[in-house]
Design a protein around this ligand. Structure first.
Ligand code: HEM
Ligand code: HEM
Length: 235
């Protein structure tokens, strides 16, 4: 039996598995997901009539989420491959081709994806815009409450600016509810279940790599022997 060790996401564990998400990235995903769900629950449950002291839990969790996102961005810039999440002209072409094929308007072959599909990159960027807006407006709203560091100052900006800040902050919660429902629905689709496993255990099988990914667009590390041979795995 081979023991899996943590390696960068571009590495293989052995001849039969490929690391998709390193432990640190999986921890980031699940802790930031938990933080977002706590933020939504503390914001929305009181509106539904479930009263509790939600404000402190809400802003402290918001700061935790901000720290997690800063750590993720540093890791993405210095240790990961920014290009794996970049939407290029090729991705747009692939997206149009996949749509035309799904609508049976074209019989052309659809190019298989790199590490992330166009849809995944789009939802990542949508989460980025919405989460950063929630954090930015949330930080401004912190000025309006008493914290261990300062006393509230409701007159920091004009009423008009506060109005915009509140509308944006509320809008992010609406967007997040919709986006999370979509995201979780796709995570549990049978044909995507290997991605859910990879976000829990870290890896996909050699057969899944061969079937779903273009190895030139998501290359395996060249120092892993055995992985570049044709797969003998039939699932
Ligand atoms: C400007 C901000 C951001 C940048 C530059 C960025 C960059 C990236 C990159 C390059 C990847 C691909 C890593 C890889 O698989 O090789 C990634 C993955 C990911 N991002 Fe972001 N991201 C940003 C903001 C966010 C935000 C706000 C969230 C959600 C709270 C988020 C959640 C994730 C998750 C869950 C993954 C998959 C886990 C992983 O393998 O890293 N990202 N991001
Ligand atoms: C709680 C239930 C959730 C489940 C079951 C789930 C599942 C997944 C899975 C399976 C992936 C991996 C896709 C891959 O390997 O390519 C993923 C990626 C990602 N998740 Fe989640 N997730 C959840 C919650 C969240 C929340 C609350 C957020 C954001 C606030 C989030 C943001 C992301 C992002 C940005 C990525 C990277 C883009 C992508 O691969 O789709 N997730 N998630």
């Amino acid at each position: 039996m081979t023991v899996a060790t943590e390696q960068p996401s571009t590495a293989t564990v052995d001849g039969t598995r490929r690391v998709r998400h390193a432990l640190v990235d999986r921890l980031f995903h699940w802790t930031s997901a938990a933080a977002v769900l706590v933020l939504l629950a503390t914001a929305l449950l009181p509106i539904l009539g479930i009263e509790f002291a939600w404000v402190t839990i809400h802003w402290v969790t918001g700061l935790v989420l901000m720290a997690l996102v800063i750590a993720h961005v540093l890791r993405a810039v210095f240790w990961q491959d920014l290009r794996s999440m970049w939407i290029g002209i090729g991705d747009i072409r692939d997206g149009v081709a996949a749509l035309r094929s799904a609508l049976q308007q074209s019989a052309d072959m659809v190019r298989i994806a790199g590490k992330y599909s166009l849809a995944q990159k789009a939802i990542h960027h949508a989460f980025t815009v919405v989460v950063l807006t929630a954090i930015g407006t949330g930080l401004m709203m912190l000025v309006k409450i008493d914290t261990p560091w300062w006393e509230r100052d409701p007159y920091w900006v004009s009423d008009g600016v506060w109005g915009v800040v509140y509308v944006l902050h509320d809008l992010t919660s609406l967007c997040l509810v919709t986006m999370i429902i979509l995201h979780v629905y796709f995570a549990f689709r049978p044909e995507k279940i290997h991605l859910l496993r990879s976000m829990i255990l870290g890896w996909i099988t050699r057969g899944e790599y061969d079937r779903y990914y273009d190895r030139s667009r998501w290359p395996a590390r060249s120092d892993n022997r055995g992985f570049d041979e044709p797969s003998s795995e039939h699932e």
